[in-house]
Unconditional design. Structure first.
Length: 319
């Protein structure tokens, strides 16, 4: 019995014809004759029982059914191409991963660890593509995987928690002493730096700590944590940020934690990938390395000696 799936030749012809809106260009791209493309499309339409194209004098136009089928099959075709390329070039061990990463997380947390990545996974190459926060992984994206900040519940995605739930309230030492800032109630006198995409961060913290929440959403807004960090360093106000993003600043003393304690946020950084990508060996290697970095190095930034496949016996992560 034939499985409920068309042939690769039919799917290749369909995707190429949809891209070029012409059988002639599809035939040229796939190095076959125009009649072969026509035959594959006719076979696919007969198999599906649906017309996929409207033939016009000016070219081809997708029907509603054709457009729906194109969007539905794109992720599977991309996954097949990626898996084939990985196996051909690396024998299934390593390869290239197109990764989308929030700019602040990349600069503050990931990039300082890339030296260790290169030493431990020399067979893997990372391409950092344009960052875009994906809301639905069922649709096609230019990345193979993405690191995203949120609750970990993205449709059609495999989401693995990495780091970032531990959260710090930070400011400059000068601002702490000038206000002064010693208790949670003292924050009523401070300028609260707001992340416009995490608008309830201050409200949730104040509510959890029994503080007046009336002014929790007032203050200058920023769309990146890196801007909040720089504003806090300059003494402009007080920020509420994932601790993993300010480890170096706290250690150097350019930022302090005036209340002397941290708290657990429901939000964090997750490694996310469409379910069609999770079987790639390169994704598993990168995911394993990221989890190792998060689990073996405390969020304060001080690595501890470990014994594992990435560190080797009694070797610090940052060594």
């Amino acid at each position: 019995m034939r499985r409920l799936c068309p042939t690769i030749s039919e799917l290749n012809a369909f995707h190429s014809a949809a891209k070029h809106q012409a059988f002639t260009m599809a035939a040229k791209e796939l190095c076959v004759t125009q009649s072969a493309i026509s035959r594959h499309i006719a076979g696919l339409e007969n198999y599906l029982g649906q017309k996929l194209f409207i033939r016009k004098a000016s070219g081809l136009e997708l029907t509603d059914a054709g457009a729906t089928y194109l969007n539905a099959t794109r992720p599977a075709m991309a996954a097949l191409e990626s898996a084939t390329a990985q196996l051909m070039s690396h024998g299934g061990d390593g390869g290239t991963l197109n990764l989308s990463v929030p700019p602040t997380f990349a600069a503050q947390w990931l990039f300082p660890r890339l030296g260790h990545f290169k030493r431990t996974l020399p067979q893997v190459s990372l391409n950092f593509v344009r960052y875009q926060h994906a809301h639905d992984f069922a649709v096609s994206h230019e990345f193979d995987a993405a690191i995203q900040y949120g609750y970990g519940n993205w449709p059609s995605a495999n989401a693995r928690y990495l780091v970032g739930k531990e959260t710090s309230i930070v400011c400059s030492a000068q601002l702490r002493d000038a206000l002064p800032l010693r208790t949670a109630d003292d924050l009523q006198r401070a300028t609260l730096l707001q992340h416009i995409e995490v608008p309830l961060a201050w409200h949730d913290w104040m509510e959890a700590n029994g503080c007046d929440t009336s002014g929790s959403r007032f203050g200058p807004g920023f769309n990146l944590y890196s801007l909040i960090i720089r504003a806090a360093v300059s003494g402009f106000g007080v920020g509420i940020v994932p601790t993993c993003l300010v480890e170096d600043e706290i250690q150097a003393g350019t930022l302090v934690e005036p209340l002397g304690r941290r708290f657990e946020s429901p939000l964090g950084y997750y490694l996310c990938a469409p379910t069609t990508r999770t079987n790639l060996s390169v994704y598993r290697l990168v995911g394993g390395w990221l989890e190792h970095c998060c689990n073996h190095a405390p969020e304060t930034g001080t690595a501890q000696p470990q014994s594992c496949i990435f560190c080797g016996p009694q070797t610090a992560l940052g060594a």
